[in-house]
Design a protein around this ligand. Structure first.
Ligand code: BV8
Length: 228
């Protein structure tokens, strides 16, 4: 690949072929749960047990999932490309890392981490968590999933905006383009104006027309073909 500064945005679609549900598909996560109940700070205050159960169930599912050829191809690209390859994911799963990527920006947080509401320390966690689970550091019973809920500021936005400003290739893989600020990145890149933009998605996303190049089909097939 002749591009020297690549930013790759990924969404739930890149993990679909690993058996993880996407959000908006038939029977997907948002079919079975109300966003307001499980992915907002207000929902957590209202019913923390329901929210902990939601994320504990996803941790259990993640244990049975493995990276697919799309994750593996991006891991190899990041190791072997020689230029800058930045992976910015909306996904809270760890399949990019298990697929060989070492530098992954989880802008919406990570399923296998908890944050203490009292001491604010972040703990690696791949089991079940409930409201009475004590913080390993301060023992307060105030742990929450270390994820970004609707209405909360995504992580690492300054670093992400700086990477978007310098990139010469912006790829968007497996995302419906409905959740901001991630859905606005392609417009940011177009405004700056010197990067090529590519969408790889099963179907056209809400922002498909904003991309210079579009490839529609399964990421597990199209991503290795595009980057290798
Ligand atoms: C619903 C939407 C209208 N609402 C928002 O966007 C809100 C509000 C908002 C902010 N700005 C706006 C502007 C306009 C309108 C609304 C807003 N945004 C926020 O609240 C964000 C926080 C949003 C984060 C919420 N947390 C998540 N996740 C973590 C938890 C968890 O995971 O439980 S969002 C969650 O849903 C989103 C799901 O989207 P996708 O990943 O795209 O998944 P989806 O199922 O939708 O689509 C899958 C796609 O894959 C494709 N596919 C399927 N299989 C395959 C396959 N095999 N191969 C290829 N493609 C495939 C399908 O065709 C499909 O297109 C992801 O971001 C995911 O992380 N915070 C914020 O804005 O703070 C202030 C701010 C403002 C400016 C700058 C900075 C801060």
């Amino acid at each position: 690949m002749r591009h020297q500064n690549i930013v790759i945005l990924t969404g739930a679609g890149i993990s679909a072929e690993s058996g993880l549900s996407t959000f908006r598909e038939e029977g997907g996560l948002w079919d079975r749960h109300r966003i307001e109940d499980v992915a907002t700070p207000e929902g957590f205050v209202r019913d923390p047990d329901l929210v902990h159960e939601f994320y504990s169930t996803r941790r259990r599912q993640l244990k049975t999932a493995s990276p697919n050829p799309a994750h593996i191809a991006l891991g190899r690209l990041q190791r072997e490309h020689g230029g800058q390859v930045s992976i910015v994911t909306q996904n809270v799963d760890d399949l990019h890392e298990r697929g060989g990527a070492s530098d992954v920006i989880h802008m919406h947080g990570e399923l296998k981490k908890l944050r203490c509401g009292a001491c604010h320390r972040v703990h690696v966690w791949d089991g079940v968590c409930a409201t009475d689970t004590p913080c390993p550091a301060c023992h307060a019973k105030a742990l929450r999933p270390h994820v970004v809920w609707f209405g909360e500021m995504p992580f690492d936005m300054d670093r992400i905006m700086a990477l978007l400003a310098d990139c010469d290739l912006f790829m968007s893989i497996g995302t419906s383009g409905q959740v901001y600020p991630a859905a606005g990145f392609v417009s940011e890149v177009r405004q700056i104006g010197h990067a090529h933009t590519v969408e790889i998605n099963l179907e056209p996303s809400d922002g498909a027309s904003l991309f210079a190049e579009r490839r529609h089909g399964p990421a597990g097939t199209l991503v290795p073909a595009y980057v290798e």
